[in-house]
Design a protein around this ligand. Structure first.
Ligand SMILES: [Zn+2]
Length: 295
């Protein structure tokens, strides 16, 4: 079931949103939802995919995109029949997953995230040339964890687990045990291009592969998989993604071991045959991130 919140708004042709987008116009963005199970829905808008768990014990929002979308997100949550957001879980610190924190934190939600999410949001971060200032106090996670935390709500058992990171050093996977749904955060993109290993945020390609394997081990053929970006997926697609990334890393590692420089390896276009297309993360950028991880 797919509901359109405001049909009059332009259908945002997706939305390979750059998490780097700083000055964007969000006025045309619509938030759409797709129910995955009774009481669990995914919300799509601009930025990382969100999930909502709702029922008699309160509403949990997984990730909250960009600050200018907070009211639209509230409207979408209400449209599901859910009460106002009581808990927020951040899958990691990036601004297209935590931009609504200040709003939801200020309106009474308790924010959960990995320890390193709070550390990074509390301190200035750099990405290339760009400097990301510390977040305001209201945006910071209030409950943090190292390995994970389990929420017992709405008849569900929701495991929020750190399985090794890789996109950053604070990635959480969210798993609804009984409903067999997993939100992967940005460990998994179902969009063209390559994965984002944010080395400056403690990301590491080998950690990412380890985390993907750990997540796959939690799944079966019926599991509904929410990628950080892109449409709903499943275990078989995630396995194919993991195998592609693993093979790509093998090729890059072989070039590195043969004595190539990074620039020489990039010039050889070793990943072209995978036909991942042009996306947020180019082949060159992915090779560079893998290179740095392996160093
Ligand atoms: Zn991210």
């Amino acid at each position: 079931m797919k509901r359109t919140i405001a049909a009059a708004l332009i259908t945002a042709s997706l939305i390979v949103v750059s998490p780097l987008a700083a000055q964007r116009d969000f006025s045309e963005v619509e938030i759409t939802s797709e129910e995955l199970a009774p009481g669990v829905a995914v919300l799509f808008g601009a930025g990382g995919n969100m999930a909502v768990s709702h029922g008699e014990d309160g509403t949990v929002l997984i990730d909250d995109q960009f600050a200018p979308l907070s009211e639209k997100i509230e409207t979408a949550v209400a449209y599901l029949g859910a009460s106002p957001v009581k808990y927020v879980v951040n899958t990691h610190w990036h601004g297209d997953h935590t931009g609504g924190n200040e709003h939801f934190g200020s309106t009474g939600a308790t924010i959960f995230a990995h320890d390193n999410v709070r550390v990074r949001m509390s301190n200035e971060q750099t990405r290339g040339e760009r400097v990301i200032p510390p977040s305001p106090r209201a945006a910071l996670p209030v409950v943090t964890y190292d390995r994970g935390v389990t929420l017992h709500l709405n008849g569900d058992t929701i495991d929020v687990v750190f399985v090794g990171g890789g996109h950053t050093d604070g990635d959480s996977i969210v798993r609804w045990r009984e409903k067999n749904i997993v939100h992967m955060g940005d460990l998994y993109f179902k969009i063209p291009g390559w994965p984002f290993v944010d080395v400056e945020s403690g990301g590491d390609i080998e950690d990412m592969l380890f985390s993907l394997d750990a997540a796959i081990n939690m799944m079966d053929a019926e599991t509904k998989v929410i990628p950080g970006h892109g449409p709903i997926s499943d275990k078989s697609e995630l396995v194919a993604f993991r195998n592609t990334v693993g093979e790509a890393v093998t090729r890059i590692r072989a070039l590195r071991d043969s004595g190539s420089t990074l620039e020489e390896a990039q010039a050889l276009r070793p990943l072209d045959s995978f036909e991942r297309g042009e996306g947020f993360i180019s082949e060159d950028r992915f090779i560079e991130a893998v290179w740095k991880s392996l160093n």
